[in-house]
Ligand binder design. Structure first.
Ligand code: ZN
Ligand code: MN
Length: 478
């Protein structure tokens, strides 16, 4: 039996307004190539980098949310390597004094809690973008060059594929909850690098090799690559082969990988302190003030939802979709006292009815015409059997067409459930008259009553109390 041993490096673009070391905008999407640059981020010799304070703030904030210790003293270093998208011949990064070290991330697989250690988080600059043409030319667009980039390195703690994907999702949630990055993967705002090797279950320690796969831009591809590499390496080891350290690239989005280059020795980037940026201190009082800006984190929010009575699947929906979670919280907050039934019912209405209506109109939960007050009002009628679930659904969809409150719609359209036995008897009389055959069958066919209840409900436009309908039908026909 083999198990994978996996470590991750994750690059996350910080969502600042300006770039890491100059005042160019970070909003480079859909801009003409090389229109969003200056001498600093274009890498002209002699240009002076000035660190972005907001990028430091965001990195410290994320480091704290990842339970890291924050360096009292930190600095930037030059990481020297040549690549066409790096015209300076070095990247300004951090070497021996990263912003954060020794953290951890907690996440769950089902109801099983897991924890993975974070080795470090540091701040650096993004590179330019190479664009290859079909004709074999390569163009370079510097618009992305020097966007602030937070690099997070985990310990090789993962021992199964599910753990890696659950961690990746939780990390993306933390980044969004702390507003340190949009973490939109299709825009390249969050990228994964995978270090994976395989060992026998009983083997202690780490394998003597690792395979590196760079530039994984989605969690589903990450999962496919993991499965592919685990199987590929397990088979090789099973056949007695020795795997040497090497780097592999992606072959499309299928998860298949291809050999790129061997990596017999560690890369030597000849790091040295960036001479243009002096080392800096991070004061304890500053760290405390950053910490205060962190609101409820996903692991705590999920625990809260589970304690309130939500199933894991429902809780996960609210955790993953911040907009929806915030809306749900606003409903819970607006009610004086909440119990499990309330929490579950509201969650269900939001996830099965309201979410669909909003999606149809391409609207956010923040702009929902159905407010917390509307839901609480309908819940009180629903639990008193004054309206049915079908009516709730109908009122919600009407709210998208008018600007009326649920209260106004229910009153104006007279949607309250009919409990009055005389009124219901009138509906029943009508249904019995128009279904003589079914009525004759009632004694033989137990489904006939159900059918008739349905007809009465229809006749009353869903307003008759179905329990009373059934009771009266039984009295009349059996
Ligand atoms: Zn610039
Ligand atoms: Mn990096």
């Amino acid at each position: 039996m083999y198990i994978p041993v996996v470590g991750l490096e994750i690059h996350v673009q910080a969502n600042t307004k300006s770039k890491m070391f100059c005042r160019c905008s970070t909003n480079y999407f859909h801009k003409a190539p090389n229109s969003n640059i200056c001498p600093v981020c274009f890498g002209l010799p002699g240009a002076l980098p000035i660190p972005n304070k907001m990028a430091l703030f965001k990195t410290i904030k994320l480091a704290l949310a990842l339970n890291c210790e924050i360096a009292e003293e930190s600095k930037f270093d030059r990481k020297n390597y040549f690549y066409p998208d790096l015209p300076k011949g070095y990247q300004i990064s951090q070497f021996d004094k990263p912003i954060g070290t020794n953290g951890f991330v907690e996440f769950e697989i089902g109801d099983d809690a897991r924890r993975v250690r974070i080795e470090r988080i540091h701040l650096e600059e993004d590179t330019a973008k190479s664009m290859h043409t079909d004709g074999g030319d390569t163009f370079i667009d510097f618009n992305k060059s020097s966007i602030p980039l937070m690099e997070i390195v985990t310990k090789p703690d993962f021992t199964d594929v599910e753990e890696v994907t659950a961690f990746a999702k939780r990390l993306r949630q933390i980044v969004r909850y702390t507003d340190t990055s949009g973490a939109e993967m299709q825009k390249g705002q969050m990228r994964f690098e995978l270090n994976i090797s395989v060992k026998k279950t009983e083997e202690v320690g780490l394998p003597n090799y690792k395979v590196e796969i760079k530039n994984i831009g989605s969690i589903s591809v990450l999962e496919k690559v993991l499965r592919y590499e685990f199987e590929r390496q397990s088979k090789l080891l099973e056949s007695g082969a020795v795997i040497k350290p090497h780097t592999r690239g992606l072959k499309g989005m299928s998860g298949e990988t291809l050999f790129q280059r061997s990596k017999e020795t560690a890369d030597d980037y000849r790091y040295f302190p960036e001479p243009d940026i002096p080392p800096f201190k991070i004061e304890k009082t500053y760290i405390a003030s950053v910490k205060e800006t962190i609101e409820e984190l996903p692991v705590d929010k999920k625990r809260k939802y589970i304690d309130l009575g939500l199933e894991i699947e429902q809780a996960d929906i609210f955790i993953e979709d911040l907009d929806r979670g915030t809306y749900f919280d606003s409903v819970l907050k607006a009610k004086d006292s909440i119990d499990k039934n309330f929490v579950r019912l509201i969650a269900n209405w939001i996830n099965s009815d309201l979410a669909g209506l909003l999606e149809k109109k391409k609207m956010n939960f923040a702009d929902s015409p159905v407010t917390a007050k509307d839901l609480i009002y309908m819940e009180s009628l629903f639990t008193k059997n004054k309206i049915t679930g079908a009516i709730v659904k109908k009122v919600m969809s009407l709210q998208f067409m008018t600007s009326d409150s649920a209260n106004e719609i229910i009153q104006n359209q007279n949607l309250m459930q009919v409990d009055n036995e005389n009124e219901i008897s009138a509906f029943i009389k009508k249904v019995i008259e128009s279904n003589p055959k079914v009525v004759k069958d009632v004694s033989k066919n137990p489904n006939a009553i159900k059918f008739l209840v349905g007809q009465v409900m229809r006749e009353s436009k869903g307003k008759a109390n179905p329990k009373i309908v059934e009771k009266l039908l039984n009295q009349k026909l059996l």
